[in-house]
Ligand binder design. Structure first.
Ligand code: ATP
Length: 513
């Protein structure tokens, strides 16, 4: 089995075993691509949300946050283009009866070419050693150039065919490239069809006059339709932003990668309203700012890259993804889009209401342009979880599994562990717990050997363990153990709040952005 697959399996089983993520409705055999967050998962998720909210709303005086409803007027999805164009091209394999996204099959094919290209570069780097000039090699090596040209030709042709709705050509491309079902090798494909990803439902009790509704496929439209409400009540001048965290629903054709692609997921989106003509400047600004936000998490700069879009969505004049190196390779984590005035203009047209802003500096009214940043909360969870989960061999030859999450995001900030229950240790530990619980999410445990308890805390990423022993009763000191260094230190009980706070506060994380 490939190593990457092993890593991914370990991530999924660890997430379940330690109360982070469970398959939804498990006792009924689960529901495809739907997951529930357990006691530790919910804490981690809330902390990620806080990190985003603080960075976007609290640190920017011109960004405010809202919480709009999941159900919205159905005409909104007509105006936004989702009813007509929120489709994915699907293709079925007639032999395996499996369904695929046609564009993903082609993109995966190109990713394989890219792997070959990278192997050539790695080989050359080894051969030339210190004298290796990567940029020159990439620009001149015939094999690398050939691979790149091939990839570009395929992707350009696919983009054009999708844009012009030439689905027959998408199928022709799959056939010409001899792409097979990755599991069975069969090349017996159906035609390519468009499939709308929105979930429909009904509002109202009597079926004859019930209104057809959609579960929102993105949170952005809730921001657009409230933009004037917020602008008027907050009295912000352009540029200003509106942020929102909330659920989105997509009937994904293929949803096989754990919480990477779910049918019910959460987005953290921010729409930045700017004067026309300035949008590309702000687009660049947000691309860099969002990357910095990710880098502050400390998962390693080599795990991120930008992917600038060649095929732009119907509403965008520039778009890029921040891709992350997930256990199954580089994939989209966040999208940054310059959405022009498409959405607001469309809502003006469909609602008949003016959505213009009067610009006192330009002394004119106009519909603002919008730059969007949109990150999937669950994908960020997966990025953190899979990168921070490590198996370590210790100096004495024993092993431990540690989840080295950024301390501010850890589900439990400190574990309070009396060495034993008797002799008044439990009572003393409880007083410490009761004092610190107002400031931090704590965990209390008095059972099992201390080493075992440390391991369990390592596995959920608790930054600090506090051990109470007999000396504690006499001199009011405790032993604190650091998750990452495993170093132990004797400290005064009176200093605990300060010590924990210094380790886990958001300020440390936020000031890195
Ligand atoms: P993809 O190409 O992977 O389907 P997308 O380009 O359709 O993603 P956007 O519409 O730009 O995604 O949504 C913004 C963000 O929402 C994405 O960057 C991703 O992090 C997240 N996201 C989108 N679809 C899903 C999903 N099905 N499950 C989990 N997160 C998702």
């Amino acid at each position: 089995m490939a190593k990457q697959e092993d890593v991914f399996k370990k991530v999924i089983s660890h997430a379940k075993e330690y109360g982070f993520i469970f398959p939804s409705s498990e006792i009924y055999d689960g529901l495809s691509a739907i997951y529930d967050y357990g006691q530790n998962g919910a804490e981690l998720k809330n902390n990620i949300k806080q990190y985003w909210w603080k960075a976007m709303v609290q640190l920017n005086e011109n960004i405010v946050g809202i919480d709009s409803a999941i159900f919205m007027h159905p005409t909104i999805w007509k105006a936004s283009g989702h009813v007509d164009a929120f489709n994915d091209p699907l293709i079925d394999n007639k032999d395996s009866k499996k369904r695929f996204r046609a564009d993903v099959l082609i993109e995966d094919y190109c990713a394989k070419i890219e792997e070959k290209e990278n192997k050539e570069i790695e080989k050359a780097a080894k051969r030339f050693g210190d004298a290796f000039n990567k940029a020159e090699f990439e620009a001149t090596n015939p094999k690398v150039l050939e691979y790149r040209a091939k990839r570009a030709a395929i992707l350009t042709r696919m983009a054009k065919s999708l844009e012009t709705e030439n689905l027959a050509d998408v199928k022709a491309l799959i056939e010409e490239l001899e792409i097979a079902d990755p599991d069975t090798g069969s090349r017996n494909w159906t035609e390519v069809r468009q499939f709308n990803l929105m979930f429909g439902t009904k509002l109202g009790a009597a079926s004859e006059n019930a209104t057809e509704l959609y579960l929102r496929p993105e949170t952005a439209q809730g921001i657009f339709v409230n933009y004037l409400n917020v602008q008027k009540t907050s009295r912000h001048k352009l540029p200003f932003g509106i942020a929102q965290i909330g659920k989105a629903f997509r009937n994904e054709i293929v949803a096989r990668q754990f919480i990477f692609r779910m049918r019910e997921f959460e987005q953290m989106e921010m729409q930045y309203f700017v004067p026309p003509g300035t949008e590309l400047e702000f687009y660049e600004y947000w691309k860099q700012t969002r990357l910095k936000w990710h880098l502050a998490l400390g998962l390693g700069a080599e795990n991120y890259r930008f992917h600038d879009h060649e095929k732009l969505a119907h509403y965008a004049n520039a778009a890029a993804d921040i891709e992350f190196n997930f256990p199954f390779g580089f994939k989209e984590l966040e999208g940054i889009h310059s959405r022009t005035d498409f959405d607001l203009k469309a809502h003006e047209k469909f609602s008949g209401r003016k959505l213009q802003y009067f610009d006192p500096e330009r002394n004119e009214s106009y519909v603002p342009y919008v730059v969007e940043t949109s990150v999937g909360l669950d994908r960020l969870f997966l990025a953190l979880f899979s990168t921070c989960l490590k198996d370590e061999v210790l100096e004495d030859g024993s092993e431990r599994t540690v989840l080295s999450l950024p301390p501010a995001l850890a589900p439990v900030k400190a574990a309070i562990l009396p060495l034993m229950k008797k002799d008044g240790l439990a009572e003393y530990a409880e007083t410490i717990f009761n004092d610190l619980k107002y400031d931090f999410n704590l965990f209390y445990e008095e059972k099992d050997a201390i080493g075992k308890r440390y391991r369990r805390q390592d596995a959920i990423g608790t930054p600090i363990c506090i051990t109470i022993d007999h000396d504690s009763l006499v001199d009011h000191t405790v032993t604190i153990r650091d998750r990452d260094t495993m170093k132990q230190e004797r400290v005064a009980v009176a200093d605990l709040r300060k010590i924990i706070d210094e380790k886990v506060n958001f300020r440390t994380l936020l000031s890195k952005i």
